[in-house]
Design a protein around this ligand. Structure first.
Ligand code: AMP
Ligand code: MG
Length: 328
């Protein structure tokens, strides 16, 4: 386990570490990454919208993390764990949208050890109406390569200071099915059962044996949120994906095509052990009809951690919030 006490102390004294040359370089690189992403997406016709921060419901598909609830004038409200449900609302009006969306997830304390989990983080979260998952994967590849290329040039000095060499990968990125990924991690000594998510260690291990980012596609329905669409010809398998960084940095992106049919979603919510009544406004919206869409979210701090070659994600954000530590 990471020396929690030491980490607690370091995070309490953020006003000191924030002034270090390495930290300043990281923040400048982060600024460039955000700038390049915005520029790329705008050029592709995406419109940036303001993300919601609170609401009656939020994304339930957050792998063991807890949502934050509070009373909003007597009604139970949530702090956004992701804006997925809202992205589906807005693509009915603007077919290509994105946000730099803040998310809160009370991750279990042991996630400190993964070095890639924060409890407050941001996603560049985008959605495109009438798009296939293949289409948004290609978009993600282009965006990723463009952003890396630009950042390498604009932040040459900062990357040198951090002693980080980073290559722009070739496209298309390698693709594994979820089934193949499970076989790979199990051949590395893990025991992931078909139908489960890859656990944190397994995700890190498969990431470590790669030199370039790669996709894992077509997760089983048991591993993911209710809003992903099933393959019509292979029920039980979703039209979704994760992008993983190489070198052991783990997951970069999750996304996929959306299930928009009211009755299907109600059934999936129930199967996930939740009461559909909680999703009032969302289900009403589906009944009313929304366009099919696909999209993804890329974690900004994880991207920064990878590009800067940082061991710990808490060095990839100015004011880190880590599970179990009450820091500024
Ligand atoms: P998810 O909806 O869990 O797939 O999250 C979407 C993206 O957000 C992931 O692919 C990560 O890049 C990022 N992310 C998710 N959870 C965290 C976390 N606890 N800390 C930092 N980044 C995260
Ligand atoms: Mg994910």
């Amino acid at each position: 386990m990471t020396q929690l006490k030491n980490l607690d102390f370091l995070l309490q004294e953020r006003y000191r570490t924030l002034r270090k040359a390495e930290m300043v370089a990281v923040l400048k690189i982060q600024d460039q990454l955000i700038h390049s992403i915005r520029k790329f997406l705008r050029k592709k016709g995406f419109v940036e919208i303001l993300a919601p921060i609170i609401g009656p419901v939020t994304d339930p598909g957050i792998r063991g993390a807890k949502q934050v609830s509070f009373s909003y004038y007597g009604t139970e409200f949530k702090v956004m764990s992701s804006m997925i449900l809202y992205k589906q609302m807005v693509v009915a009006a603007i077919p290509k949208v994105f946000s730099i969306s803040p998310n809160i997830r009370l991750e279990p304390p042991e996630t400190v050890d993964t070095k890639r989990h924060l409890t407050e983080f941001r996603q560049v979260d985008l959605e495109q109406a009438f798009s296939s998952y293949d289409n948004v994967m290609r978009l993600a590849e282009k965006m990723y390569c463009k952003v890396i290329e630009e950042t390498k040039v604009k932040c040459r000095r900062e990357l040198e200071l951090l002693k980080r060499k980073i290559e722009t990968p070739s496209r298309p990125f390698r693709r594994y099915s979820y089934k193949e990924a499970v076989e790979i991690v199990n051949s590395l000594g893990f025991d992931v059962k078909y139908g489960e998510e890859l656990n944190w260690k397994a995700e890190e291990a498969i990431s470590k044996i790669h030199r370039e980012p790669f996709w894992i596609v077509d997760y089983p329905i048991t591993a993911r949120g209710f809003y992903y669409l099933e393959h019509p010809e292979t029920p039980g398998i979703l039209r979704d994906f994760d992008l993983l960084y190489p070198e052991g940095y783990g997951e970069a992106i999750s996304g996929g095509e959306r299930e928009t049919r009211y009755l299907k979603v109600v059934e999936r919510i129930k199967r996930g052990g939740e009461d559909p009544i909680k999703y009032g406004w969302y289900l009403k919206m589906l009944k009313n009809g929304i366009p099919p869409s696909a999209g993804f979210g890329i974690g900004v701090e994880r991207l920064t951690r990878y590009v800067c070659g940082l061991e710990n994600i808490w060095d990839a954000v100015p004011f880190p919030k880590v599970a179990g530590i009450a820091s500024p």
